[in-house]
Design a protein around this ligand. Structure first.
Ligand code: TYD
Length: 198
């Protein structure tokens, strides 16, 4: 089973991933937790660009795609084949939303990713206005935002995420301004339904 948490920066994805992982493992299930960008060479180069300045759009897109191809081949694919639960903090929906916000056609990005990356069983989109998420980042980190965390661009990414959700039956949009427990309850309810489905 493939579970994916998405949303713009600052909505609390990793906190919810931690809680979901703990809950699944508490139920005795075998969970492989991962994230994108990965800690591999492409992911590291992308993280550098978050501090030093964004790469040209095509180069940036190619790095996200190469990073994901390796991730699918080395970790996601084998774990799913072994019957494990894979829990991801970001996946190809981030490419559609962020590189879409940079000018690439979202539907073409989606098709390019779906050609090699398995679709999730559940996609959780944590949603809040970009102005609120950026204010949260500033308050929590106490310093500036990185090169991806520009409110206008994030608002475009947000609207692409919401569009995606309308067209994917595996997607669930959750109000990220709700309490941590309320968000987690909504996620667990969806996973419980998947686990008990025939
Ligand atoms: P983020 O999850 O914030 O990484 P970190 O582990 O460093 O917190 O992801 C880094 C940024 O990359 C984030 O602003 C979203 C962006 N991103 C894309 O633009 N496209 C993608 O395909 C992915 C996976 C992330």
């Amino acid at each position: 089973m493939l579970l994916v948490i998405e949303g713009i920066d600052g909505v609390g994805k990793s906190t919810q991933a931690d809680a979901l992982q703990a809950w699944l493992e508490g139920a005795g299930l075998d969970v492989v937790r991962s994230k994108e960008p990965t800690d591999g060479p492409h992911g590291r180069e992308l993280r550098r660009s978050m501090v030093e300045g964004r790469l040209p759009p095509r180069q940036e897109l190619d790095l996200f795609l190469d990073d994901r191809r390796e991730h699918v081949a080395q970790l996601i694919g084998p774990a799913l084949s072994a019957g494990r639960i894979v829990l991801l903090d970001r996946y190809y929906f981030s490419t559609v939303a962020y590189q879409g916000a940079r000018g690439f056609e979202p539907d073409a990005l989606l098709a390019e990713n779906e050609a090699f990356a398995p679709a999730p069983d559940a996609l959780f989109i944590l949603d809040m206005p970009a102005a609120v998420s950026v204010a949260r980042i500033r308050a929590e980190r106490g310093d500036g935002v990185d090169t991806f965390e520009v409110p206008e661009a994030l608002e475009r990414s947000r609207s692409i995420f919401l569009d995606l959700a309308k067209r994917a039956d595996y997607a669930l949009v959750i109000d990220a301004d709700a309490t941590r427990d309320a968000i987690q309850d909504a996620m667990q309810a969806r996973v419980r339904a998947l686990l008990s489905a025939p």
